[in-house]
Design a protein around this ligand. Structure first.
Ligand SMILES: C[S@@+](CC[C@H](N)C(=O)[O-])C[C@H]1O[C@@H](n2cnc3c(N)ncnc32)[C@H](O)[C@@H]1O
Length: 324
């Protein structure tokens, strides 16, 4: 690695550790000038470094990273609850969403996720009718943005383990004729939700559900078990130094799914977007049933990892899934 890059990365790591030290000493992570200032510094420090490979960092930095991700998750939850409370005081909260400082980021992320979903969802012009968002929180902006601007006939089922988050979230849409009917809220740990998961054409998994690799993989394997064959799983991950802020989803552990593409934004959208499709029915090859597990055969690069299947050894396999 170039010495300049090594130098830049050690400056970044020094800065991240300094910010972590200050955040970890704060009484509370509720929105305040100090908290906002520290997180703004953290985001501005991380965004430019998309080439750093977090997996190569030493154990002590990895430990700081996993603690920092939890602090970021806590602060995000408190920030969303704070603004959801303010928005809930308006007659129609949906007319005031832009008071949230990162609303434009959600508009961009929603557009990005919609475009990627649109590209892979289906060769026919149909759109998903039932979408679940897992980890919707007190400010379910992704569901609101998709329902308002992109998927106007789709019903959104929002799952959150926290009943307070759900009552705050449902308050935001209750005054709206359309969204009050198309936004449903379920209070549950997603790990306890089983059969109903097969009812969804698309499931979004929030970045903050599963705060480390093990927890994230447990949720993904649970979804793999209960989702309908061919249904789409949209995941939020992180790339480069953005992985100091959010958990990373490793495409190679998505057993049960074909990873169709991964997009790493270069602008101020923090999350990477990964789209995958649950395996279709087993394919009968000369009477030996075989699950289509080409995920592990996939080649992937970085930047825009539009994962293309190799000419895999079973090339003669009849693909039920038209998008292969
Ligand atoms: C604060 S929101 C933030 C969503 C954020 N925009 C994202 O993409 O992650 C994350 C929510 O996930 C919820 N959550 C965490 N683990 C969960 C689980 N196992 N089942 C359902 N909801 C969960 C938390 O209660 C929290 O409200």
């Amino acid at each position: 690695m170039e010495s300049l890059q090594v130098q830049e990365e050690s400056i970044l790591i020094e800065k991240v550790c300094q910010i972590y030290e200050k955040l970890s000493k704060l009484e509370t992570l509720k929105p305040s000038k100090d908290v906002d200032n520290l997180f703004t510094q953290l985001v501005h420090a991380c965004i430019p470094h998309s080439s750093i490979n977090i997996a190569n960092l030493p154990a002590n930095i990895q430990e700081i990273r996993s603690k920092l991700i939890r602090l970021c998750g806590q602060a995000e939850g408190l920030l969303e609850a704070h603004f959801s409370t303010i928005l809930g005081s308006f007659k129609n909260p949906l007319h005031h969403l832009n008071i949230f400082p990162y609303y434009s980021n959600y508009l961009k992320l929603g557009r990005l996720e919609y475009d990627i979903l649109n590209q892979h969802y289906s060769t026919t012009s149909e759109t998903p009718k039932r979408v679940a968002f897992v980890g919707s929180g007190p400010l379910p902006f992704t569901s609101i943005v998709l329902a308002s601007y992109h998927l106007k006939d789709t019903t959104f089922h929002n799952y959150d383990i926290d009943s307070t988050a759900n009552s705050m979230a449902s308050r935001l849409v209750s005054a709206d004729q359309d969204l009050s009917k198309r936004m449903v809220f379920h209070t549950a740990d997603i790990m306890d939700v089983t059969d109903e998961l097969k009812d969804y054409d698309v499931i979004f998994l929030a970045a903050l559900v599963g705060m480390n690799m093990d927890e994230k993989n447990k949720v993904i394997q649970h979804l793999a078990k209960y989702m309908a064959p061919g249904a789409i799983l949209m995941l939020r991950s992180a790339h480069g130094a953005r992985a100091f802020l959010y958990p990373v989803v490793d495409p190679n552990v998505l057993h049960g799914f074909n990873v169709l593409s991964i997009f790493h934004p270069e602008d101020d959208v923090i999350n990477s977007v990964m789209i995958s499709r649950k395996f279709v029915e087993p394919v009968n090859i000369d009477n030996n049933y075989l699950h289509l597990d080409i995920g592990s055969l996939m080649a992937s690069s970085c930047k825009y990892c539009d994962i293309q299947p190799f000419n895999h050894p079973l090339g003669h396999m009849k693909m039920i899934d038209e998008s292969m």
